[in-house]
Design a protein around this ligand. Sequence first.
Ligand SMILES: CC(C)(COP(=O)(O)OP(=O)(O)OC[C@H]1O[C@@H](n2cnc3c(N)ncnc32)[C@H](O)[C@@H]1OP(=O)(O)O)[C@@H](O)C(=O)NCCC(=O)NCCS
Length: 184
Amino acid sequence: MNEDRRTLAGELPGDVHIRLLRGSDAERLGAAYRRNRDHLAPWEPARTAEFFTTEGQSANIGGKLAMFAAGTGVPWILLSGEEAVGTMTLSGIVRGPFLSANLGYWVDREFNGRGIGSAAVAHVVGAARTALGLHRIQAATLPHNAASQRVLQRAGFQEIGHAQEYLQIAGAWQDHVLFQRILH
Ligand SMILES: CC(C)(COP(=O)(O)OP(=O)(O)OC[C@H]1O[C@@H](n2cnc3c(N)ncnc32)[C@H](O)[C@@H]1OP(=O)(O)O)[C@@H](O)C(=O)NCCC(=O)NCCS
């Protein structure tokens, strides 16, 4: 997917830039996870102490770039100047008759409520349809994650059901609401 690197980048509200994640982002991403530790804790898997360090982020980014090289995922970073202010990740890309991927994301607490999450999801939807040639994106939210559900609805996702004990979030297997966006 190397030829698509430039088309996978874009501009979001508030001078925030979205582009593919790079190995050199480890320090800024570690700093962003440290700043947003409490903000993200209820919505994400339990993290090790290592995860919040530059070394931990080097490993995290390495895994995501391996996924990109294998064609099974696309990891984006959101930047305000030199600072990381969020990520968007398509993972589990399956081709053949499914042409589907899972979407995960977060936006820095200080940048919430400015339309950045909605614009970034819209950017990913556009890239998935054109550069990646996918048919469908799925996302799952905790039932009480109203902000995330609003972001998905604004980007044209539809609720398709409820799944019990779907993901291990904040240390517990938790029920989720499933959404999908058909891209064609
Ligand atoms: C969910 C998240 C990505 C939203 O990012 P954002 O940049 O604030 O999103 P936007 O500004 O584009 O839109 C947020 C929408 O949610 C709404 N919202 C925010 N908090 C809300 C709440 N408690 N109840 C209902 N709606 C809420 C906002 O009003 C806005 O909708 P509007 O534009 O129609 O007014 C961000 O809050 C976040 O990172 N949360 C923690 C991690 C997370 O939940 N990730 C997703 C896991 S599925």
